[in-house]
Design a protein around this ligand. Sequence first.
Ligand code: PEP
Ligand code: MG
Length: 666
Amino acid sequence: MKELDIVIQNPTGLHARPAKVFVNTAKQFQSDIRVHHGTKKANAKSLISMLTLGAEAGTTIHIVVDGVDEETAMTMLATAVADGLGEAEHINQPTNQLTSQSTNQQPQDGLIRGIAAAPGIAIGPIFQLRHAEVTFTETFGGASAEETRLQTAIEQARGQLAALHQQMLTRSATNEAAIFDVHLEILDDPDLLDTVLGKISQQQPAAQAWQSTIEARAKLIAGLDDPLLAARSADIHDVGYRVLRLLVGADDQGLRLPEHPVIVIAHDLSPSDTASLPKERVLGFCTAVGGPTAHSAIIARALSLPAMVSAGVSVLELANNTPAILDGRSGTLTLNPDAQAIAQAQQMQATWRQQQETAARSAAAPAITPDGHRVEVVANVGGLADTKAAVLAGAEGVGLLRTEFLFLDRAAAPSEEEQFAVYRDIAQAMQGQPVIVRTLDIGGDKPLPYIEVPPEANPFLGERGIRLCLNRPHLLREQVRAILRAAEHGKLRIMFPMIADIGELRAARTIVEEVRAELKVPMVEIGIMIEIPSAALMADALAAEVDFFSVGTNDLTQYTLAMDRQHPSLAGKADGLHPAVLRLIGRTVEAAHAAGKWVGICGELGADPQAVPIFMGLGVDELSVSVPAIPSVKAQIRAQTLVGAKELAQKALTCATAQEVRELVR
Ligand code: PEP
Ligand code: MG
């Protein structure tokens, strides 16, 4: 018989999820396994029995294993507990520390570390943000009146969503703008409306009819076991409740905030929650889950709202009004700061604001390090409005034009003429500065109704980006024609996404060459995105056949670490500062420079203050970032010597984890 005392470190104790992991581990063994907690005793192979233990964070459980495989069973169980029972990201202690000491995982004082999501410092009381339940006691007011109420609420929701869409577009959060487009589309779903109207005609009040229909749809879709559809289910829910709140007169979108400014704490924030946070009452936010590329983080950066994510579920236990300092640059939340810490934070806040103002004033100047090295800072844009904003923000060109915006939310592909007009306008808006036009990067998470792709088990590993275009050459040909014609009006370059193999590059280049010959126009520079590890590893061969590389850190991270970039609980770990990703980037830069070619970064990480010096040190020549980040990225480059950055980058390459890299820069 084996016995062991072990501390439960999970922030919310042995609740359902970790208990299930424990039980599943126990079930793999023949031995009889019992768990004691205080006076309670449970069969480790029964979930219900385990849950009755009520083992909270920091308490000790006593495991007794008896049987033929007791030795292995005990080792596996001890390891599973020490590794956090599926919640490793929320365990702060070293994983091999099997102590019997009690630990408190719900800090009321001290420092909580998360992931930096949007820079800036917030000082104020915390507030736990939960959606207010939508309650209604409705009587039926007659079919025609109910129908009118419903249509009015839908119209109001349409107005709100269109405004959020526009707000995101003007702040260059193109992907986030697209989310609100999807919401608008859901709102226009005729089938949804028909069902609700059918219920109203059977004397159901509008709110009830709408809520039950939305719930049923969202549930149906979530149950289809398809990650793409599951995401739609959350959207349906989001839009559905927006309309419902309007229907019942709760126009605050369920975000019940106090009148005074607060630091918001939430499990996660949906894009519409984040975009709807009133700036005058929200100083910043901290979420329990999520990652730096989550939509909430991107929106926070677009709104200049200090934010941290992935702080662990223990933050949800913090009491309202606890005074705190949130530092969105380091991703930390300091609880109950003393007067000295507050004074220090206020000083940092003042300095930060001053830096922002200085950065904005000198945004138009080039970014040159104190030791004379220039890094180009260009913009990621999704259309003409972005491009115009980019010029004003000091962009030295466009490093990534996501042409998907032209293809989304429509019934047929845009014509060559339509594309030509848009590319020409963007080229002209950039006034001779280079514009990198990325060819259509569709598929994966971005399906198009008019391009048929058979259902795929793993769309991110399927017919995506250049693969999809090479299988439908007319699509690429038409786009290339439009780009080459528009290149007469400015300095356009072409970039292919998702290159995994040199054969794809050659095939795509051949199409460009054929179109160029047909049009009898000059050739433009051609580059590829480095966003698949195979491309980074083959950078030397690829470099010989391109003019430039641009590293898409969003995808390179997801494919290197095999972590879905949108996965809610992996997002915190899918950090592009992982040394594995940095080594691939370093290798790419070396190969490119050896061939006399240049390398840019166009993923979200390009604007991460902790990543900027490392990219500089790895020899990256250009950073392409969202428009609002341009002035501060330039300012950061001006404040960092190349020599220092190189030293830092070399050290980062020898780190073992992304966290170590972040510590190094911190
Ligand atoms: C990337 O993958 O880093 C990138 C810039 O492309 P997208 O985010 O459009 O996939
Ligand atoms: Mg990509």
